[in-house]
Ligand binder design. Structure first.
Ligand code: OVV
Length: 402
């Protein structure tokens, strides 16, 4: 057997967290994929992967690419995290497994069945009220934010007061996985207030009976996790469950507003709704990136990533890698989007994805039954975030179905 000596990776001085890339990351993603399987980002002293095969393999290899040193730019072993680490996202087996199992059970498709009827009614009510007001609206606040904020905190068991804190808390959290740039600085003043509110909602007494939050505390009573862990597991739901779905829904609505043929296809075959959401998640990748940390010198492609180095995994670039996808830039309900890494892959694969899918299914089904056509009706605005690909404003005009 022969092994070639490792070669240094290509170097890029681009800033993936700068305003130009955040406004339109696609050219950077293409350049990253073309440069090689592993690229050094000189600006931050980290490595990056943008090709599907290597991103997928690294996400699968949780032993070689750990999460316990943090999945943001900063390394928890050398820099104190801004909040106690997540027991799921920022942990590795064996510590990761018991909290993970609690959420796997609580958020399984079977466990979510009891929500479908209520969530369908909520979606129909929201869309009916919106259409009664007129045929032009901003789809971000009116649908993408309004629907998850109406159904998800209820399902967790969070009180109505203060729910408006969930979005800015998540916005800060997802910015904080990146460098300490202006986006983080702008969010910092409100952080003490937002954190205090979120942490208070994680306590047993704050959570309504019958919700996911109470279910987490019940799992602690059964000894599946400790009572010290319970509030942190609730915090994971409140951290990961709102902004992600909001921007996943916004991405889906944008995809349809710019692909009228695909909207007609969905209306003709409403059973495509689940494929539609997955294809939108592949196409837009609302969660663009997460870091991992090399636990040893790992060989990827022809290069070696040294022990302790951070690697930025571009889920978004992998989801449009032409080595994996035919015509990857096309939003197309006839493709099979399964295998996309928009929800991650491996042991940290999004545990809330069935919740997100159910929300999307209910909202899109209600909309498809009531709206014949949807189009962009004004200037759209991106919301820049160090991790999320997000919309700030998406003005649309709809033609109600008769
Ligand atoms: C996937 C994700 C994103 C943000 C926060 C968390 C998880 C958490 O577990 O707190």
């Amino acid at each position: 057997m022969t092994t070639t000596a490792p070669a240094p990776p290509p170097v890029s001085d681009a800033d993936p967290f700068g305003p130009e890339v955040l406004e339109d990351p696609l050219p950077f993603h293409a350049a990253l994929r073309e440069a090689g399987p592993v690229v050094r980002l000189s600006r931050y002293g980290v490595y990056a992967m943008g090709r599907y095969a290597e991103v997928h393999a690294a996400l699968r290899d949780w032993q070689g690419f750990e999460s316990g040193a943090g999945v943001g730019l900063s390394n928890f072993r050398t820099e104190a995290p801004w909040r106690p680490p997540s027991l799921l996202l920022e942990a590795d087996p064996p510590r990761h497994d018991a909290p993970r199992r609690v959420l796997v059970d609580l958020l399984s498709p079977r466990a979510l069945r009891r929500l479908r009827e209520r969530w369908t009614a909520a979606a129909e009510d929201l869309v009916d009220r919106l259409l009664a007001e007129g045929d032009e609206f901003d789809a971000v606040p009116a649908l993408a934010e309004a629907y998850p904020l109406r159904v998800f905190p209820d399902a967790v068991g969070v009180s109505p007061e203060g729910r408006e804190n969930l979005l800015p808390y998540g916005e800060f959290l997802f910015n904080a996985f990146g460098p300490h740039n202006d986006l983080v600085a702008e969010g910092a003043p409100r952080l003490p207030e937002l954190s205090a509110w979120v942490n208070a909602q994680c306590q047993r007494d704050s959570l309504a009976d019958g919700g996911f939050g109470a279910g987490i505390w019940a799992a602690a009573d059964r000894g599946e996790i400790t009572h010290e862990q319970a509030p942190l597991v609730v915090r994971s739901l409140l951290s990961a469950g709102v902004d992600t779905t909001v921007h996943g829904l916004a991405a889906t609505l944008h995809a349809f507003a710019t692909h009228p043929d695909q909207w007609r296809r969905l209306r003709a075959r409403p059973e495509l709704v689940r494929v539609a959401f997955d294809e939108a998640v592949r196409w837009a990748s609302p969660v663009q990136t997460f870091f991992r940390t090399a636990t040893t010198d790992v060989r990827v492609g022809g290069t070696v990533i040294p022990h302790g180095e951070k690697i930025l995994m571009f889920l978004a670039a992998a989801n449009r890698d032409p080595r994996r996808w035919d015509d990857p830039d096309r939003f197309d309900l006839s493709r099979d989007p399964s295998g996309h890494v928009g929800f991650g892959f491996g042991i940290h694969h999004c545990v809330g994805q069935h919740v997100a899918r159910l929300e999307a299914e209910c909202l899109l089904t209600a909309l498809a039954a009531r709206v014949e056509a949807i189009e962009v009706a004004g200037a759209t605005r991106r919301l820049h975030n160090n991790t999320l690909r997000a919309w700030g404003s998406l003005p649309v005009r709809v033609r109600p179905a008769r």
